[in-house]
Design a protein around this ligand. Structure first.
Ligand code: N01
Length: 485
């Protein structure tokens, strides 16, 4: 038994929970999880809009160490995922480690460790900081002219307010990503009128998002864990096919893309509407949207699709560039997230006072998604270049957490006091990523939230095996290991 590291985990979403459980299972218990929200779940805590459903099959959208056989649907609804995450936190006894309503406002490398401060003024001294702060965290709210004068109600999907009525009202939804498509489908049924403002149409692949998982399936998987495991592995094999489709051009990619085109043609017969809904980029280039109900909702008598640009918000609605006024009671922003603001606006400073904003002036970068030059004893989980568009995320978080744990074990054994990735190794990793991004479908000419402001694609263009290999064990040639003076 060596030294007992003090560890701060920032965030209690999927990646924070994966990290905490992994540390605990390896005998590390001296950690706190600082969470801005009032419960666990990360985006699944904050996101509560009507119709919220996961578009990854539930049997894959779970931790390898905490299988849940009895999902209610093949694609689980949002609240069930949040309950699952809370249940895992309970089962693994994370309660004593969790600090809710604790937003980290500053984190400073002291030369030998970290000093982390939360908004309520509490300071935590730590040997390691693990930032599990998430990708879909900060809602993006466009600064539309006139919005401040709107007399109706304004909602962002990532901060839904249940006290705002939507039934029987005239609703505008702005944005057509996975969220916009789900929220339009859900609100249309009971709205007096729903107007969907679509700046860039998306390819929407037909998939049975509300398909129930029969209770019998859950019971069988519960009784026969080996079958459950086989199902998980079959799902992982399916996910591998998906990674291949998005990362390499092939007939397989073309088949999926054709299916997206057929999904549109088969459901939208009106040529004018089909034209309006046809994107000018390849299917799969943006994060793919799945839905069985969106086109039907758009065809409904109380729906209108508006593809003319927004000129201004007026006190009573939205005026489009053709001079038309659309009178509405509620404006719903389904405009996504500032996905590359990892850890910010926290005031984070590394070695020699370098701030994270300076280090990332050209966009977020990290060696193998987890280590940042200038920031010793700090690791990210689902940080820059994480495989949000291709590999099951819980698995990616677990693999990264095990890698970080391996470094902490070496610290425990007294091999070093601080570990910091080299600039050279980080640059090498970036070059490998840039080259592999070339043939990916994300690079075929669309504007998506995958792009950073610097124009890089913030995704991992490798398959699961490559990701597992690169995070299998620390390679100390890529790091500076130092001892405190
Ligand atoms: O956000 P988005 P999202 N005027 O960034 C539009 C995950 N997710 O919340 O394309 C008008 O995809 C913008 O238009 P354009 C999933 O990974 C998962 O929908 O920039 N429109 C776009 O249409 C997903 O990819 C589930 O022209 C404006 C939309 O807003 C990610 O979350 C469910 C605008 C933003 O789309 C983000 O999805 C939901 C403006 N000023 C979400 N500004 C699951 O099922 C922006 N837009 C797991």
């Amino acid at each position: 038994m060596g030294r007992d590291p003090r560890i701060v985990i920032i965030g209690a979403g999927v990646s924070g929970i994966a990290t905490a459980v992994t540390l605990q299972r390896n005998g590390f218990h001296n950690f706190v999880i600082l969470e801005k929200g009032s419960d666990v779940g990360g985006v699944w805590y904050w996101n509560r809009y009507p119709g919220l459903t996961c578009d990854v099959p539930s049997q894959l959208y779970q931790f390898g160490f905490a299988p849940k056989p009895d999902w209610s649907q093949v694609f689980a609804p949002g609240p069930e995922i949040q309950r699952y995450l809370a249940d895992v936190a309970g089962r693994f006894e994370l309660g004593p480690h969790l600090r809710f309503d604790s937003e980290v406002v500053a984190a400073e490398f002291t030369g030998s460790g970290w000093r982390v401060e939360t908004g309520d003024g509490v300071v935590h001294e730590a040997d390691f900081v693990i930032a599990a702060t998430g990708v879909l965290h900060h809602p993006a709210m466009p600064d539309l002219p006139g919005l401040g004068d709107f007399t109706g109600q304004v909602l962002h999907t990532a901060r839904w307010d249940d006290s705002v009525p939507t039934e029987g009202r005239r609703i505008a939804v702005i944005g057509t990503g996975s969220t916009g498509v789900q929220v339009v489908s859900a609100l249309q049924r009971k709205a007096e009128r729903i107007t969907h403002f679509v700046r860039s149409p998306q390819w929407v692949i037909w998939a049975p998002m509300n398909l129930p998982q029969p209770a019998l399936v859950g019971a069988v998987l519960e009784k026969l864990p080996q079958v459950n495991k086989a199902l998980y592995q079959a799902g992982m094999a399916g996910a591998k096919l998906f990674t291949d489709v998005v990362t390499r051009p092939s007939w397989r990619r073309r088949v999926v893309q054709e299916y997206a085109r057929v999904s549109l043609r088969a459901q939208i017969r009106n040529p004018e509407m089909r034209e309006q809904l046809t994107p000018d980029y390849q299917p799969l280039c943006k994060r793919q949207v799945l839905s069985a109900s969106y086109y039907r909702a758009l065809r409904a008598r109380n729906s209108e699709l508006v593809t003319t640009g927004i000129e201004t918000v007026t006190p009573t609605g939205i005026r489009t560039r053709d001079g038309r006024d659309h009178e509405v009671d509620v404006i719903v922003f389904a405009t996504g997230f500032r996905a590359h603001d990892y850890m910010r606006p926290m005031n984070m400073t590394g070695r020699e006072g370098i701030s994270i904003d300076e280090a990332w002036a050209k966009g977020p970068r990290a060696y193998r998604m987890t280590a940042i030059p200038g920031f010793p004893n700090l690791f990210t989980v689902l940080g820059p270049n994480s495989p949000t568009g291709s590999i099951p995320l819980h698995h990616a978080a677990e693999v990264t957490a095990r890698y970080i744990t391996a470094w902490i074990q070496r610290w425990q054994a007294g091999e070093f006091d601080t570990v910091e990735v080299t600039e050279e190794a980080t640059g090498r990793f970036e070059a490998e990523v840039a080259e592999a991004l070339g043939p990916t479908v994300w690079n075929t000419g669309c504007n998506s939230w995958y792009f950073t402001e610097g124009g890089n694609i913030d995704l991992l263009p490798f398959d699961r095996h490559t990701m597992e290999t690169m995070l299998a064990a620390p390679d100390e040639r890529d790091f500076h290991l130092r001892r405190n003076a």
